[in-house]
Design a protein around this ligand. Structure first.
Ligand code: ADP
Ligand code: MG
Length: 348
């Protein structure tokens, strides 16, 4: 594990819950002609109430706040990474990625298609809802960037790592978020089951991959990576699957973890080198009888003291301050100040 941190050249970051807070909020609701807002929020809210997905919970929460009790759901089905299906008050509903609807021949009318594009270009997620065979609403959902993500990405780049944003969300949404935090490489619209395969593919290209995630959908990818880092807000399964767990949800800790493990490795190598040098020089000298056993004993003891002292220097390791860039000969990329994406309270 330590050895791999030295060679890591790529760091894959999960978007939702890792780069962003993962606390979704319903930002707006756009309706097709002839569809009533109350009906849309009640039916879709009821269906989403049966799902544990953070997007679903955001929609259900607003619906509950408005209507109190929500109608029950029959024949509920979850399509991992795509959306949900079910029957509410006799209407067959499909809610999720627009492609889930398109796969059943339901296409977005113009105004909804426009709302989807507009939302995604702003880094938000557009959830399509259809019932009775027609696409009828777009729910625009968003969470906010963690305020520390921009600095964290800058530090990782300074350490020579190439950041990659990985998400099940749409390409356009991922691109907007990536642009705001200074990531150029994006792998989007990846189903939960495919996330580990993405890591494997990068490895097949000869890249040594660290992966940071919160464990929602990405535990197998954490396990597949050469170095898996679970962030503290993560789930038990993430902690289980990862090599390192960062107690705080702060991504800047990832750069510190990599710096610390690189330094630890350097120290171990330094220790080995010294201990080896001692023996190479002093054992033959002793064999030839030129070494007073008293000195030999002292040298042996000193060797151990040296290793311990050298290792204790690691205790002086300090995490970087909140706004300090990591030091390196690489040039630090200029990255604009963090802008907050989406969320109802965001200033745009
Ligand atoms: P991420 O990689 O960002 O964690 P997921 O793989 O969990 O995302 O989901 C990918 C996409 O699938 C979401 O952006 C959303 O469009 C859709 N989706 C998944 N589950 C639901 C749901 N319960 N309700 C609505 N949309 C969903
Ligand atoms: Mg996720």
């Amino acid at each position: 594990m330590l050895e791999s941190t030295r060679r890591v050249d790529t760091i894959v970051l999960d978007k939702t819950g890792t780069v962003t807070t993962g606390h979704m909020g319903l930002h707006s609701l756009v309706l097709a002609e002839g569809t009533q807002r109350d009906e849309a929020l009640r039916l879709v809210g009821a269906l989403e109430d049966a799902s544990e997905h953070p997007i679903a919970q955001a929609i259900a929460k607003d619906a509950r706040a408005e209507f109190g009790r929500l109608p029950g759901v029959d024949s509920f089905a979850n399509r991992q990474g795509l959306g949900v299906l079910g029957v509410v008050e006799g209407h067959a509903l499909i809610v999720g990625r627009p492609s889930l609807l398109a796969g059943r021949g339901m296409h977005l009318p113009n105004n909804l298609e426009q709302a989807r594009r507009y939302a995604e270009h702003a880094g938000k997620t557009a959830i399509a809802a259809a019932w009775d065979g027609q696409a009828r609403a777009i729910f625009v959902v968003a969470d906010t960037l963690k305020p520390t993500s921009v600095m964290a990405i800058a530090r990782l780049k300074t350490l020579g790592l190439r950041p990659v944003l990985l998400t099940g969300d749409s390409q356009a949404t991922a691109q907007a978020v990536a642009a705001q935090i200074g990531i150029e490489e994006i792998i989007a619209e990846v189903l939960p089951a495919e996330k580990a395969e993405v890591v494997e593919r990068l490895q097949a290209e000869g890249r040594v991959v660290a992966m940071v995630g919160d464990g929602i959908n990405d535990a197998p990818a954490l396990a597949q990576a050469d170095l898996g880092l679970a962030i503290g807000t993560g789930t038990d399964v993430a902690i289980e699957a990862s090599d390192l767990t960062l107690i705080s949800g702060d991504l800047r800790g990832v750069a510190d973890a990599i710096r610390l493990s690189r330094r630890t490795l350097r120290t171990i190598k330094g220790n080995l080198c010294w201990a080896f040098a001692y023996n190479v020089v002093l054992v033959p000298v002793a064999m030839l009888g030129f070494l007073n056993p008293l000195f030999a004993g002292a040298a042996m003891a000193f060797s151990s003291v040296f290793v311990v002292c050298n290792s204790l220097r690691l205790r002086r390791f300090q995490a970087l301050g909140p706004d300090e860039p990591a030091h390196s000969s690489h040039t630090v990329p200029r990255i604009p100040n963090p802008r907050i994406v989406g969320g109802r309270h965001a200033s745009q």
